[in-house]
Design a protein around this ligand. Sequence first.
Ligand code: ADP
Length: 175
Amino acid sequence: MQNRIHIQEGDITAMEVDVIVNAANPSLLGGGGVDGAIHRAAGPALLAACKVVRQQQGECAPGHAVITEAGQLRAKAVIHTVGPIWRGGSDNEAQLLGDAYRNSLQLVSANGYRSVAFPAISTGIYGYPKAAAAQIAMDTVSDYLTRHPLPEQVYFVCYDEENARLYQRLLTQRF
Ligand code: ADP
């Protein structure tokens, strides 16, 4: 397991992995933060694919995930998941954040992909405290990997130094 979880600092759109996970909003039609970066790098084909999903399924609820093509990204697919908005911690945020990671991983496995990169879901505009969110991300992914052969490799992509430090500490503690 130790060699299946990695921490990478920088921009998720540069990752050479099968699947990039997007911290989307329920509309699936793009937004700021990592969502904006992914759509800019992927080009209009990604937005077109999101619009199709949106027409077929409606909005994507917090904790849920959908998969689309990846447009011009090097990845083969993008998984759009919606994290919870932080409202103080008593609004089921922890469960929903875990669901966002778990449901994304299930889509990776179900589609036979071997590697996936996650951003720190909900820790930007959605305001989830970074330490608590990192703990949930690490626990949920570790637990999933003990029970599933795919994905083989999971990358936590940390855009800011605080997240990089938090994730690194958790990974060191765990192994
Ligand atoms: P949310 O609405 O889920 O909080 P944000 O995009 O605002 O989503 O932030 C989620 C995390 O993604 C934050 O920790 C932010 O620093 C990070 N982030 C922003 N841009 C990028 C990027 N290009 N690559 C990786 N992570 C990014």
